[in-house]
Design a binder for this molecule. Structure first.
Ligand SMILES: CC(C)(COP(=O)(O)OP(=O)(O)OC[C@H]1O[C@@H](n2cnc3c(N)ncnc32)[C@H](O)[C@@H]1OP(=O)(O)O)[C@@H](O)C(=O)NCCC(=O)NCCS
Length: 155
């Protein structure tokens, strides 16, 4: 599969937010309740927040034949905040490609560690990439509690 990785632009917002919403509804729904899924997926509607992320963070998209099939972004230099792959393109190595570039960027910026908060759904992926679980935690989003994991890796 031909995948091109590039920095996101604000023109990508409609595709990014559709991917985000659909992946949460189809993929994360295996591990979270309907209420949690609805609250999380509603984050797609906050266009201003996505614009700020694209303008301020290191934000990558993976593209195949002009379709965005995944995205990832890095916050505060070594805090990996978002990684989503299109619901129809799961398990094709797209997240691994994005992760490799994100980790390279963290190393080039002079950090030895990368940290992330990851969903129950994404934990096997991060374990497969040698991340250690620091703790299981509860995170509150718009009054709804979510279980996730804090993970880290020495690069
Ligand atoms: C987690 C996620 C980003 C992984 O993306 P992906 O492109 O499917 O991952 P890859 O194809 O690069 O996976 C590489 C390896 O990770 C492991 N892995 C990935 N997903 C897995 C799963 N659901 N269960 C078990 N192992 C998994 C496997 O070892 C896999 O290799 P294999 O397919 O050869 O067995 C994707 O499933 C996703 O978008 N999840 C929903 C969004 C999410 O929860 N993101 C994190 C938010 S904090």
């Amino acid at each position: 599969m031909d995948i091109e990785i590039r920095q996101a632009t604000v023109e990508d917002i409609p595709e990014i937010t559709t991917l985000f919403r659909d992946t949460i509804r189809e993929v994360n729904s295996k591990h979270y309740s309907d209420k949690q899924i609805q609250t999380w997926a509603d984050g797609a509607n906050d266009t201003q927040k996505w614009e700020d992320r694209i303008n301020r963070l290191y934000f990558l998209v993976a593209e195949s034949h002009n379709t965005i099939v995944g995205f990832a972004y890095l916050k505060n230099c070594n805090y990996f905040d978002g990684l989503f792959v299109h619901k129809d393109f799961q398990r094709q190595g797209i997240a691994s490609k994005l992760l490799r570039i994100i980790e390279s960027k963290v190393m080039m910026d002079g950090f030895e560690k990368i940290k992330s908060d990851v969903s129950i759904t994404a934990l096997p992926f991060f374990e497969d990439h040698y991340y250690d679980v620091i703790k299981k935690q509860k995170k509150i989003l718009k009054g709804i509690t979510f279980e996730n994991y804090v993970v880290s890796k020495t690069l």
